[in-house]
Structure formats: structure tokens, C-alpha cells
Design a protein around this ligand. Structure first.
Ligand SMILES: [Zn+2]
Length: 378
């Protein structure tokens, strides 16, 4: 991966490049930043740049033996840890390494993807991924060997907060007494969930949200989206390229999520359980991740409609169909029911994530939300 493939982040790229030129590559670094900002591709581009043996002015050369292997993520001195779990095809308590072919194509195809995209890519179904204790033993062993080809061995740990506590503690030992010429690049979206002892051992590399202007350029250059629509999507995506890609598809889809949301709220409002159950059956047939995405969509629309009352158009981030829907809907979203509505939707998302019975959770939510809309309808 090249720095030129990273969207925006010019200042950060410059700093990382300079650290290599100055020979100040810290042995443990923590890349942290919000979803879709590009912490993982940045860490990989940085690793490639460290290992590149060609001319490297402001990017890796792309031609040296190291770069050639890095571009396929098959360099023998590049190691990855990432959350996994058993799947239909890997039933026997698999290691990360058992998923390496999948991991490589996933990262090369969609470097900005989310954790859940990875889970669907390897068909984890409703399970959560983990970086298990045995992974830290495996990586300790790998890093104890001399590097094969590069000056440095580099270990990239994606979603480091998914490390099991025992794995974290073993990693901590490695960070405290690092094997010779080894660089650890930890990547996280939830820095608060990492052990403070690990955080304090790492040099922090903050990855900010992608600036709107950079996002607009990327959407036009990479995704062929026209100028007006790029500006609109950039506003909605708020610095998250994964979200921007989703919005491109969402706008292209037929607005199903919005119409499902409309049916859901209307059935609740009218206390019409019969048609409500039809909507719930449709939702119930989706994967848990998609059910959660529906609830997130609902939360966003409720928030947008609450903001609408302040008459500050620059604070509203809705597409055309959502704006049309909101002309009426916003009349039911009042100062005093927003918090309660948001609470109920958040609670439902929490319960669904913990494998609760979706049908019961959604019916309960529909009735409660309807109640909250009715209460304040007058
Ligand atoms: Zn090179």
C-alpha cells in the first residue's frame, strides 16, 4: 500500500515519512482514530515505506523486492493479528494465520472497511471476533527469529482492543522487551478499551477524520461520483470513508431502509400490531448486523428530525428522500421525547448485539416508540 492511496491526512503522512528519514521509528506505535478515517491503510503504507529499499522521497518506490511483496501483503517480515473466530469452513479454533488469504484480499479490496465488514467477509455470522491468547504466543515465536529479508520485522495488530486480556498482557511483555529490530503497529478505533499499560508503552499516532475537501476529491477520483453529489455525501459521511461508500450505495438503492422505517414507526404510532408484525418479519429475516444498521439509521433520522426544529439547515444531514419524509415526521419529534426515543433504539441495538430474540425486541421497540410519538402528538 502506498501513501498516495491514503485519502487526505497530508500532515500525518508527512510526519510518518519524516520519522523514517530521520531514523526515528519508534518500536511500538498506536494508530488510533475513528472508523473510516484510514488508520489501517496508513499503518500498512508506513510499514511498506519503512521496509522499502528503493528511492523513497515521499512514498515507497513500488519496484524494490520488498515493495513488490508488500503490495500483495505477502512479505515474510510483515505479520498481522486481527480478530477471528470459528466459521463454517474453519471449525477447529482457528488462528489468524488460517485466515491470511481472506485477510489479504479483504484489505487489498477494501482497506477502509469496518470491523463488521470483515466479519461478514469471513462469514462469522452472528459471532464476534477475538484475538486469542494463543495468537500472542504464536507472534512471540515468529518475532523471535531473525528477519528474513528486511531490516525490520513489522507486526500490525488490527483492532487491538479485541485482544483477550491474557493476550494483551503477553503483548505487553513483548512491548516492554521487544525482540531485536521489531516494530509493532497497533491499530484501534476504541483507544479507551485498550489496557492503559499497553497504551502507555506505545507512541501515539492520532488519525483524524478525513477532511471534507479530501473526501470530495476521493469520491470523484475513486468512485466517479459527480461534484454535487460528492459534496453532499461528504457532508453526510462526516470524515468516514466507509460510511461514504455506504452512502453511495444507499442512494443508489431504492430507499428500502427509509420505507421500512416509515412502516415501523407508523405501525407503532397507530398501534397496528398486524401490519407491524409484517415489517418486523422483514427485519427479522435480516442478519443481526443489518438489523443493527437499521436501528442506527433510525437513530440518525430521529436526531436529524430533532435538529430540524432549530431551523439551522447547515446542521441537517439528510438526503432528499429523508428530507421529504421528515416534513411530517419532524412534527412528532419533540424536545421531550427525543432522549427517550434514542434510549429505546439504543437499548434494542444493545440487546440485539447480545443475541436477544430480535422479533421480541423489535416488537417491544415498535410499541414503545409508537407510544412516545403518540404521547407528544398534540
Ligand atoms: Zn520499494
Amino acid at each position: 500500500m502506498f501513501f498516495s492511496e491514503i485519502i487526505g491526512q497530508a500532515a500525518l503522512k508527512k510526519r510518518l515519512i519524516q520519522s523514517v528519514k530521520d531514523g526515528r521509528v519508534s518500536h511500538a506505535q498506536l494508530f488510533f482514530g475513528p472508523e473510516g478515517a484510514g488508520a489501517l491503510p496508513l499503518a500498512i503504507a508506513y510499514a511498506q515505506y519503512i521496509s522499502c529499499t528503493g528511492e523513497k522521497n515521499d512514498d515507497s518506490c513500488g519496484k524494490c523486492p520488498s515493495c513488490i511483496k508488500y503490495q500483495k501483503l505477502v512479505h515474510p517480515d510483515l505479520h498481522f493479528l486481527f480478530p477471528v473466530n470459528t466459521t463454517a469452513s474453519k471449525k477447529d479454533d482457528p488462528y489468524c494465520d488460517d485466515f491470511l488469504p481472506e485477510w489479504r484480499s479483504f484489505v487489498l479490496q477494501q482497506p477502509y472497511a469496518r470491523l463488521n465488514d470483515w466479519y461478514s467477509f469471513i462469514e462469522l455470522e452472528n459471532k464476534q471476533g477475538l484475538i486469542k491468547e494463543k495468537e500472542s504466543d504464536a507472534i512471540t515465536k515468529k518475532l523471535s527469529f531473525k528477519s528474513f529479508e528486511s531490516d525490520y520485522k513489522i507486526a500490525i495488530i488490527w483492532m487491538a482492543e479485541k485482544m483477550h486480556d491474557v493476550a494483551s498482557n503477553k503483548l505487553l511483555k513483548l512491548l516492554e522487551e521487544p525482540p531485536d529490530r521489531t516494530v509493532f503497529l497497533l491499530v484501534t478505533e476504541n483507544i479507551d478499551q485498550l489496557l492503559t499499560t499497553i497504551r502507555s508503552r506505545c507512541f501515539p499516532v492520532k488519525v483524524p477524520l478525513i477532511a471534507d475537501e479530501d473526501m470530495i476529491n476521493a469520491l470523484q477520483a475513486r468512485n466517479g461520483v459527480d461534484a454535487t453529489r460528492s459534496a453532499h455525501i461528504a457532508r453526510l459521511a462526516m470524515g468516514n470513508y466507509a460510511r461514504a461508500l455506504e452512502l453511495i450505495n444507499e442512494n443508489e438503492d431504492d430507499g428500502t431502509t427509509l420505507s421500512t422505517f416509515r412502516e415501523f414507526m407508523l405501525a407503532g404510532f397507530k398501534n397496528d400490531i398486524q401490519s407491524g408484525l409484517k415489517t418486523i418479519d422483514t427485519l427479522n429475516a435480516l442478519t443481526r448486523e443489518k438489523q443493527k444498521a437499521f436501528l442506527e439509521f433510525a437513530l440518525r433520522l430521529i436526531r436529524e428530525n430533532a435538529v430540524k426544529h432549530f431551523n439551522h439547515a447547515e446542521l441537517n444531514f439528510m438526503n432528499k428522500a429523508e428530507e421529504e419524509f421528515s416534513i411530517k415526521f419532524s412534527n412528532y419529534i419533540k424536545g421531550n421525547n427525543v432522549a427517550e426515543l434514542a434510549d429505546e433504539f439504543n437499548k434494542a441495538a444493545y440487546d440485539i448485539e447480545r443475541n436477544g430474540n430480535s422479533k421480541i425486541i423489535l416488537l417491544d421497540l415498535m410499541l414503545k416508540a409508537g407510544n412516545l410519538l403518540r404521547q407528544y402528538a398534540e
